[in-house]
Design a binder for this molecule. Structure first.
Ligand code: AMP
Ligand code: ZN
Length: 116
């Protein structure tokens, strides 16, 4: 479940402080330490999964539950009407820097396409 060298596992264990936006038994969401938009929340499974490439078929419900929680947090924050972006960076070319799978929720500014 937990990787002792993983910064996000340490956040889950509360060994590193974070500003929690949502938590249940399988998911944690916290505000990004280096926000790229006025709202920037990181959603992670409590299960240590390195990246989307490492997801097992049996993790599909967990991933679906994360997206459902992103929907609900966005609704509760009042950002759903204006819209938001959900980002998963996978591996080196995807720009992943923390190797515990996560989904960024970015909102409250106009986001551009294509991404950099
Ligand atoms: P990624 O580049 O997609 O792997 O995203 C990792 C994200 O984790 C970055 O946006 C970082 O700013 C964020 N991050 C790293 N350490 C922390 C921390 N201790 N608390 C909150 N966010 C963090
Ligand atoms: Zn981890």
């Amino acid at each position: 479940m937990k990787d002792p060298n993983c910064i996000f596992c340490k956040i889950i264990a509360k060994e590193i402080p974070s500003k929690i936006a949502f938590e249940n038994e399988e998911i944690l969401a916290f505000h990004d330490i280096s926000p790229q938009a006025p709202v920037h929340i990181v959603f992670i499974p409590k299960k240590h999964i390195v990246s989307l490439s490492d997801v097992k078929n049996e993790d599909s419900a967990l991933l679906g539950n994360i997206l459902v929680q992103i929907r609900d947090v966005a609704k509760n924050l009042g950002i759903a009407e204006n819209g938001y972006r959900v980002v998963n960076n996978t591996g080196k070319n995807g720009g992943q820097t923390v190797f515990h799978i996560h989904f960024h929720l970015l909102a409250e500014r106009q986001l551009h396409w294509p991404p950099g």
